[in-house]
Structures are given as C-alpha cells and as structure tokens.
Design a protein around this ligand. Sequence first.
Ligand SMILES: Cc1cc2nc3c(=O)[nH]c(=O)nc-3n(C[C@H](O)[C@H](O)[C@H](O)COP(=O)(O)OP(=O)(O)OC[C@H]3O[C@@H](n4cnc5c(N)ncnc54)[C@H](O)[C@@H]3O)c2cc1C
Length: 463
Amino acid sequence: MVSIEPSKDDAFLDLLLSAFGDSVLLGESIPASCHSDWTGHAACRPLALVRPTSTQEVSKLLQLCNQHRRAVVPQGGMTGLAGGAVPTAESVALSLIKLSGVENVDQDAATLTVRAGTTLQAVQDAAIEAGFCYPIDFGARGSCQIGGTLSTNAGGHGVIRHGMTRDRVLGLEVVLADGRILDLMNSMIKNNTGYDLKHCFIGAEGTLGVITRAVLRLAPPQRESRTLLCALRDYPAAVSLLHRLRGTGLALEAFEVMWQDFYAMSCEWQSNQSPLPPSYPLYVLCEVEGDASHLEMVLAAALETGEVQDAVMASTIKQAQELWAIREATGEFPVKLAPINFDISLPIAKIGDFVEAAGKLLTHRWPGIRIVNFGHIGDSNLHLTVDSNSLTENTSATHHAIETDIYGLVGEYRGSISAEHGIGLLKREFLHHSVRPEALNVMHALKQTFDPNNILNPGKVLS
Ligand SMILES: Cc1cc2nc3c(=O)[nH]c(=O)nc-3n(C[C@H](O)[C@H](O)[C@H](O)COP(=O)(O)OP(=O)(O)OC[C@H]3O[C@@H](n4cnc5c(N)ncnc54)[C@H](O)[C@@H]3O)c2cc1C
C-alpha cells in the first residue's frame, strides 16, 4: 500500500486556515486580480490569499509566516506599475482590502487618520467633507489604497505644489516581519526625537514592513485655477518660464512640458484639434491658482521677451478640459501604441539635453524608432515613451536593449531610473544606475535588520 505523506504546504495551509478561517482564500477562489498588478507582469496564483481585518491579525499572520519561513507579498489596490505586488506560487498574498476606513479627521491639526486599505479616493472625499483637501492625486485614485501610495511614495498631479506622498505623512503604524507592531502614529508637525523611522517604510514597496495605519497631513481646500498652453522655441525657455511663474506669487499647480513629437501626435488623435500650431519645438501646459489678470500680466511679459512664442488661456471649464486632453493622450498609449514607458527623473536643467541624447542614441541603433516625450518638468520627471510598433525587430531582447541604453544614459546624467512608480520587479536589475554601491550596501543591511529571514516581498527592489 502506498501512503501519501501530507506536503509541507498542506500542513502550513492547515495552520493558516485554523488561525484565519474565512479570511483565507485558496486555489480558484483567489481572484485573478491578485495574480499580478496593473502591468500584468509575471501573473501567478499565490499559495493563499489572506485578508486580515485588524492590525493584530496582520501581526499574527506575519508571526506565523516568519516562523515557517513563508514569503508574504503585501497587496493594496494592485494598480502598481513596477510589479511590486506580484506574488509567487509559494507565497502568501496579504491583501489589506478589509483593513479600511477613515478613523478620524482632526480639524485643529488638519490631519486625517486612516487604515491602510482605504482607497485614495475615499481619503480625498473625507478631506473635502471636512473642509480640507488631500492633495495627492492621480488616475488610479478609485482603486489604489493609501497603504499602496505610502509604500510606493506615489507622486501624481500636484507634486510641484504639495510634494510626494512622503511629504504628507506624520505618523505610521507598521507590522514588522516577525509580527512586532511598531507604533509610530505621531500626529504633530514638530517632533525631532531621534531617527524618523517612518521614512524607512515609505517607498519601501512592502519589503521592510506592512503599513496598517497612517496619520496624513491635509491641505487647505483647492481654489479655482487657470489653464494655460504656451508654445516655446526651446527647452531653456521652458526652464525660464518655470522660474518666472514660480516668482510671481501665483501658486503653480502643474507645469507639463510636451515635446513636439508628443504634441503633434496627440493633436492628431484629437481629430486634428490644435489650439496652437504643431510647429513649435516645445509646449507647456500650466495650471495656476490665483487672479486671472495677474497671470495675464505675467504672460504678456513672457511673450514680450520671446520666452513664450504663442499662448492660449482657457476661459471656460470646457476649454480647460480640451487643453488637458492633449496632455492626457498618455491614457491612450496602450491602445494606440505598443509603448515601452520610462518614468525617470533628471536634474531639471539637463532634461532638454537628455531628450536629445536619448533620441540620438536610440535612432542610431534602431533607425526609424518612434519616441515621444513629455514631463512634469517642475518635479524633474520625464516620461519618455518608445512605440515598439516602430521597431523592425520587435522582440523582448530589443526591448531589454532599449531599457539598458536608456537607464545607462540616466546613470550618466546622475538621474533616477524611477521618478514615482518604484522599482518592484521590473527595474531591479537597473537599480545600480541610480544607487551607488555604498548606498546599495546600506539598503541590504537595512533589509537584513528589519527582515532577517527575507520573508517580506522577497526579490522586490533588491535582488
Ligand atoms: C491609471 C494609473 C495612473 C497612475 N498614475 C500614477 C501617478 O501619477 N503617480 C504615481 O506615483 N503612480 C501612479 N500610478 C501607479 C500606482 O497607482 C501607484 O503606485 C499606487 O501608489 C499603488 O497603490 P496600490 O494600492 O494599487 O498598490 P499595489 O499595486 O497593490 O502595491 C504597490 C507596492 O506597495 C506594496 N504595498 C501595498 N500595500 C502595502 C501595505 N499596506 N504595506 C506595505 N506594502 C504595501 C506592494 O507590495 C507593492 O510593492 C498609476 C497607476 C495607474 C493604473
């Protein structure tokens, strides 16, 4: 008679089920949305999906997994663009979806306390209801979770004025790999008491701890703003315009630079609606809060010096939306192009040179390659996109060669290979282009300190 030994997995799953009961999903009951993030990269069903409802349950789960050396992959809204939340077949996916809700808004301190699984949209709504605003904003607001935005240090539209997610955080609650709960729920603006540990977990992509709660700083409610599209002769003129607008006392909400390749393509997509002729080298879309006549004066001065060659200011909400539609053509990239997207940052003064150098480098190796560029230049962020349909040899080896060239060039310019989306799985092999060997060693040492058994999101960020 053949006796069937229960597998190590079966024994572990029994432990999980007896500790967490209905909060555990196995096999086909695990939704496909938990197999990969927005990138669809390396989709895989995890061994189990656990959805704790409290910090104590997260702690208990990590204790168990640490004891049994089981990999745990924290999952938020799965809208990440770097493969950070992608599980492996042996890992336990830890979804924060049931640890949600805004706990309170402190009107005096202008802070909001929230559980990690709450969507960004729900936080924005609660802030508005209380007479404030939570100024982190981007397209995935309805699905991404606060825990995910903290773990990726997300940016988005308002960074030029309000900073990245890191700049909005006063306190955190984090569960460490061995289950210890770290209470860092500070709610005061001034608090210099040794190392500010919360910053270790913000942007760590779930590799150092699981964020369960946070205290966020709110901003005053948003006021009406003006939308302006300017045509420019070259990149230095864009940098001068940025200086000019910053020095006016007007609040700059967005400063989006579109190179001619991007602008002309986008206008063509909007049924050839082109508010300014598509013949200028560069276009800037600005969103400015403040008095319209003040802005008109600033613009007149910029036109007089030739810094701005031509301009149009929206006078209705519809016109503003039409101007933004040109910039938001990026939403159509996955449908109309086969995009290889780069989310990089560079010293502001060098972005123009970089775009030129990258164009020359890629065109030399792949004649006829199509490249389009736009950037949140005020945040030093450039989005360079290659349409892989324009390649004669459209293979994964060519894609990899393009990435290697671009990230190598970013390294030469002392830029960053990830401006806002993180490293995850997709950029791990290129990390050395932006992080010096000494700093990489310190990162490994930090990982070893917080997670000596390497159970938290192993293989992400660091190899
Ligand atoms: C349409 C669209 C537009 C976007 N626009 C922007 C943009 O403008 N700017 C920008 O920065 N990003 C943008 N993103 C990327 C993405 O939305 C952000 O990275 C977001 O912060 C991810 O949140 P999430 O909850 O979906 O995290 P997930 O994708 O679930 O996870 C992201 C990472 O965080 C970890 N993680 C998640 N929750 C926790 C937790 N509680 N504790 C510890 N680790 C955790 C995961 O392990 C993973 O490494 C966009 C994405 C889409 C789809």
